[in-house]
Every structure is written in C-alpha cells, then in structure tokens.
Design a binder for this molecule. Structure first.
Ligand code: CMC
Length: 449
C-alpha cells in the first residue's frame, strides 16, 4: 500500500476553513506574558464559531478538554447537527426528508459525493456496490474458527480486519479511484459479513446475495433465508433500509473519530474501520441498542419502572436509562422520531403492536420525559431507544443489534476517512496534562523496602 504524503495534492473534496472576513480574533491573556495571544475565530457555514488554537503550542501552552467536550477535532463538509434544535443534516438535507424519500444506497452516494445522484449516476453507483457484495474465501473460512456463541461484534471486528489483509496489495490511498473503490467495497461487504455472522451463530452456511434484490432485501435474504423461495416482506425491507439510513452518519462521534485517528496514521482503511467497529461496540455508543433491550428485560414489567427511574437518578447507582441522553442532542434526537414511527409500522405489520417491550418502552419514555431530573439535564430518547424493539420484531437477536448499526454506519466512516485523506492531513496526536511522578532515580531491587 502506498504511503500517504502529507501535503499531497488536494482531492476533489475541499473544506473551506472560513476565517471571518474581518479576521475576528479571540485574545488569550496569560499571567506572565507581556502580550495576549491572538487566536483566529473560524466561521462555519452552520453552527457555532470555532476558536483556532492550533498555534497555541508555539507559545508554550496546550489546552485541556477531556472527552473533547469543547473541541472540534477537524473540519468537515459531510454532516451537521444542531443539538439544541434537534436537527441532523447530511450534505444539507434533513434526515427526516432523506428517510422518507431517499434510500440507503442513495444516502451512501450523497455522503461520499456531496450531492444527490442523477438517475444514471445512481444506477452506476448501485451496480458498482452490488458487484462487490461477495465475501472472499479466506474471510468466509475464518468464521468457522469462532465458537457458535462468539459475540457477533467481536467477529465483525475480526472479519473487517481480515478484509484489510485481503485488500492490502494495490491499495493506494492517495489515488481517488482506489479510495472510491474501497468505499463501495466496504458498503457492499458489510451486510454480507453481518449475514454471515448471524448464520454462523445459527450453525448455517453462507448464502450468496441475489441480483434481483436491493440492498436491504438482500440483507434480509442472506440473513434469514433457508433457500431461494424466501419471501421478502416489503414493509420490513423498507424498515430495514430506513434503519441503515438512520445510522449512516453522525459527524465526529466516538467511532468516526476513531476511524479518523487510526486513518491519520496512513493505515489501511479497512483496519481504520475495524478500529471504528471496536469503538462502536461500547454501551455508551452503538452498544446502547443492545443495552436498551437488556434494560427492558431487567425492568421486567411496567410497575417496576418507577424504581428504575429512581435508580437512574441516584448518583450512587451506576444505572442509566439506556437509549436516553446524548452528548450533542439536548432535544429529541430527530432519528429517534423516525425510528419510533418505523417501530410502529413494523409492529403493526407483524401484528405485535402490544409487544410488552414496546408498551414498557413507551411508559418509560413518558415517565422520564415528565421527570424534573431528565427535563433539567435535557435528556431525551436517542436513536437506540426504539431501534432495539424494531430489530427484535424483525427477528434480529439482541447481540446482533450493534452489527446492524455497524452496517448502517459504514458509509459515514468511509466518507469521513476519504474526506480526511483527500486533503493534506496530519497524524492525530493529542497531548496530555501529566499528573504523574516527577523525575526520580531507579532503585535496585535489593534496596527496595
Ligand atoms: N440516564 C440517567 N442519567 C443520565 C443519562 C441517562 N441515560 N445520561 C446522562 N445522564 C445524566 C448524567 O448522570 C449527568 O448528570 P449530572 O450532571 O447530575 O452529573 C448528566 O445527565 C450529563 O451526562 P454526561 O454523562 O455528562 O453526558 P455525556 O455527554 O458525557 O454522555 C451519553 C452522553 C450518551 C454517553 C449518556 O447520555 C449516556 O450514557 N446515555 C445512555 C447510553 C446511550 O443511550 N448511548 C447511546 C448514545 S446515541 C447513539 C450513538 O450515537 O452512539
């Protein structure tokens, strides 16, 4: 694989770091310095102004911001979130409109290319993705080494890492054609790996995708079918497509930032995405959809909800209401609204609207939304609150939920990786506030107490 060149020629994607016309600056006054440090203020196309602290290190200071609570780690043109308004835009288009009128592969195109495709571009993109759905023999053979009870997210991390080994040769990350081919291949292969992982857990072999089925239909077919006669339910297929769409991108979340950080070393993009999958697994991130169902099972019945809400509010108890709260959204997550509608559609189609999990989730949501603790902290349901119930109804086992998130998030990860490596970029290398021992001399073992 060719090495990235720092300062390489810019690719077709460009981010304009907008310094405001009259060069607004922030002034940082530090005791002991005779002059304030001037920090440029960058103007985004949407959202809050950003103070550029990049040159601060030359003055002898770093900044301290654990959890990146106040830090923009990069500039990006892909996705915008207004957490106070509860707005999510992909390349400017609201998620609600995309979920209603578009489809997952068109959204993948949009994330990658920056605009909606013409009919011809859409057909060409879909064909390119569809041609890459197969799983290499080596990767297929590898899955047999996992025990039937192995966690699907562990398997997905490993299989994606294996793709890095399979597709290492001939991958030039400075070449736009290679970057786009990689993006299409990953988007294509992820549902195939997900289906393979599910079937492994059920003791079933690989089922090749069919040319007459679309992306979501093929996912359902390769996951659940016993043979060619498997009937696709169009309502469920549409819901599946929408679930992938709702997870497609969410700007600089933990897993996307992981992909960017790993990718900034110039590593193989399949490896960077394997790192992203590992980050997504955690219950504070993508693992929350699995944790929501575990929590509902633990609550057991509606009369126990008050006890669990009290536990969530108790600072001495680590319990949290899973599927509630978000670092950026301080309003209803717009994805949660669409997911709630999708959940009702799926449950109605399957005739299980009175599913006790759904009844309990709705009760819990109502109680939490009326509770002072949640109101004060602006904690609302996030996308994971209803996705688990929907996926359960579709027949996806709980431990596969985050695998579905992985499949949906892949275009976002690869779009961010591509955006980064298409421009000059630096290796990500945060600094630290060191609070450990000062310098001291080594003590030979015979002189230690
Ligand atoms: N239940 C009860 N209290 C909560 C919850 C919750 N789910 N979430 C946050 N809080 C409280 C928290 O205890 C804190 O209270 P206080 O100010 O009194 O100390 C306050 O709200 C702020 O929380 P925080 O932990 O400082 O917020 P954060 O931005 O660091 O964490 C979060 C965001 C999503 C990790 C957190 O809300 C959480 O753990 N939620 C449950 C897990 C979950 O649903 N995660 C999925 C996120 S959306 C899918 C994705 O994009 O990955």
């Amino acid at each position: 694989m060719a090495k990235p060149t720092e300062g390489a020629a810019r690719g077709p994607i460009r981010s304009d770091k907008r310094e405001s016309g009259q060069a607004r600056h922030a002034r940082l006054y530090v005791n002991g310095l005779d002059r304030p440090i001037e920090l440029p203020i960058l103007k985004p196309s949407l959202g809050q102004d950003v103070i550029d602290i990049g040159r601060l290190t030359g003055k002898g200071y770093f900044t301290y911001d654990p959890g990146f609570v106040s830090t923009a780690s990069c500039d990006s043109n892909i996705t915008f979130i207004d957490g106070d308004a509860g707005t999510l835009l992909h390349r400017g288009y609201p998620i609600e409109q995309l979920a209603e009128q578009s489809d997952f592969l068109e959204l993948c195109y949009l994330l990658l290319h920056g605009g909606l495709p013409s009919a011809a571009d859409k057909a060409a993109f879909n064909a390119a993705v569809m041609s890459e759905r197969g799983v290499p023999d080596g990767v297929r053979a590898m899955i047999a080494q996992f025990s039937p009870g192995a966690h699907p997210m562990g398997i997905m991390t490993a299989l994606t890492g294996a793709l890095a080994a399979e597709y290492h040769e001939g991958l030039d990350i400075t070449d736009e054609a290679d970057r786009m081919a990689t993006a299409q291949r990953l988007i294509a292969k992820m549902p195939s790996l997900a289906a393979l992982t599910y079937r492994h857990g059920k003791g079933k072999g690989y089922l090749a995708p069919r040319d007459d089925l679309n992306y979501a239909e093929n996912f359902l077919y390769t996951t659940f079918a016993e043979d060619e006669n498997y009937e696709i339910n169009p309502v469920i297929a549409r819901a599946m497509d929408r679930i992938f769409m709702l997870h497609a991108d969410h700007e600089q979340n933990a897993s996307t930032s992981t992909v960017r950080l790993a990718g900034s070393t110039g590593t193989n993009p399949y490896s960077a995405i394997a790192a992203g999958i590992a980050a997504l697994w955690g219950p504070s991130h993508g693992g929350a959809n699995e944790a929501v169902l575990q929590m509902l099972a633990e609550i057991g019945s509606p009369e126990n909800i008050d006890t669990f809400v009290a536990k969530a509010k108790d600072k001495d108890d680590p319990f949290r209401i899973m599927g509630f709260g978000h670092r950026v959204y301080k309003n209803y997550d717009p994805r949660a609204k669409v997911m709630q509608e999708t959940c009702h559609e799926v449950l109605a189609e399957l005739g299980v609207e009175s599913d006790p999990m759904l009844v309990m989730a709705q009760r819990l949501e109502k109680i939490a939304l009326e509770d002072e603790y949640f109101i004060e902290r602006r904690l609302y349901p996030n996308v994971d609150f209803y996705s688990g119930i929907t996926l359960k109804a579709v027949g996806i086992p709980t431990e596969m939920f985050t695998v579905i998130f992985t499949t949906g998030r892949t275009p976002g990860w690869i779009a961010h990786w591509r955006e980064m490596v298409s421009e000059p970029y630096k290796i990500g290398r945060p600094r630290q506030l060191y609070l450990g021992q000062t310098k001291r001399d080594y003590v030979p073992i015979e002189h230690r107490p």
